[in-house]
Design a protein around this ligand. Structure first.
Ligand code: HEC
Ligand code: HEC
Ligand code: HEC
Ligand code: HEC
Length: 125
């Protein structure tokens, strides 16, 4: 093979790899979730695995964001972690985090007659 053809082939391969790299990069960026998929809470009561995607997505239980992220009722945007306002103790004007989560999670499960309400079916580990 001539040196020129070899060089052409090398350029082509470089070009193809570059295009492939760009495609993979953008595809992965699109796949990276903006919302959590699963959240693992650890507490002295035992750990709780919360299927965020299953609760929020249309193919899951399709619960509106603001049902849980109640700060979105007043202001649209990206929700904050509950712990930003609900602290470990009751000192703040917001109820303590575990109480707020029990009220929200158990409350809906009780009301809807669906989802775990017993301690051990949420605190599995
Ligand atoms: C069934 C209740 C529920 C629904 C519905 C829900 N979320 Fe969440 N979300 C949570 C809980 C609980 C957390 C954990 C917060 C924490 O760790 O304090 C969370 C965490 C998040 C976080 C991470 C916040 C942070 O800074 O750590 C984002 C972002 C988020 N949710 C977005 C959404 C969006 C967008 C929707 C609607 C498509 C939605 N959530 C629907 C309960 C819910
Ligand atoms: C920006 C601050 C803020 C964020 C973020 C926030 N909360 Fe709250 N939340 C409050 C305040 C303040 C109150 C008390 C006043 C009220 O009822 O609006 C409250 C009240 C509640 C209540 C009612 C408690 C009761 O006894 O009636 C629940 C349940 C609750 N929050 C759950 C959550 C959950 C779950 C998250 C996270 C997904 C969350 N909150 C995120 C500030 C916040
Ligand atoms: C607005 C209603 C609602 C809220 C709020 C809610 N859930 Fe659920 N949850 C459901 C429904 C509906 C199911 C489905 C039950 C079924 O299919 O038997 C469910 C099921 C579950 C299950 C069973 C396994 C699974 O994922 O399907 C767990 C565990 C669970 N929820 C944990 C939580 C936790 C933890 C929170 C609070 C951070 C929460 N849920 C908040 C409605 C809710
Ligand atoms: C629907 C799911 C669910 C059910 C049912 C549930 N819990 Fe929880 N529990 C949670 C979540 C979520 C947290 C918050 C963990 C955190 O603070 O990050 C929590 C926190 C706790 C904590 C830690 C409190 C603290 O101050 O840190 C204890 C203890 C606890 N739960 C005991 C119980 C007991 C006892 C029951 C039954 C009467 C129960 N839980 C039922 C989901 C649940």
């Amino acid at each position: 093979m001539e040196v020129r053809t070899e060089r052409m082939i090398a350029y082509c391969i470089t070009g193809i790899l570059f295009v492939l790299g760009v495609i993979c990069y953008t595809a992965l960026a699109k796949m990276a979730p903006e919302e959590p998929i699963r959240i693992f809470f650890t507490s002295i009561g035992g750990s709780v695995l919360f299927d965020h995607k299953g609760h929020a997505s249309d193919s899951g239980y399709a619960i509106a964001c603001a049902e849980c992220h109640h700060e979105l009722e007043e202001e649209k945007g990206k929700p904050s972690a509950c712990g930003e306002c609900h602290q470990k103790d009751d000192a703040q004007d917001a109820p303590k985090k575990a109480d707020a989560l029990h009220k929200l999670c158990k409350g809906c499960h009780e009301e809807g007659g669906q989802g775990p309400v017993n301690c051990k079916s949420c605190h599995m580990l």
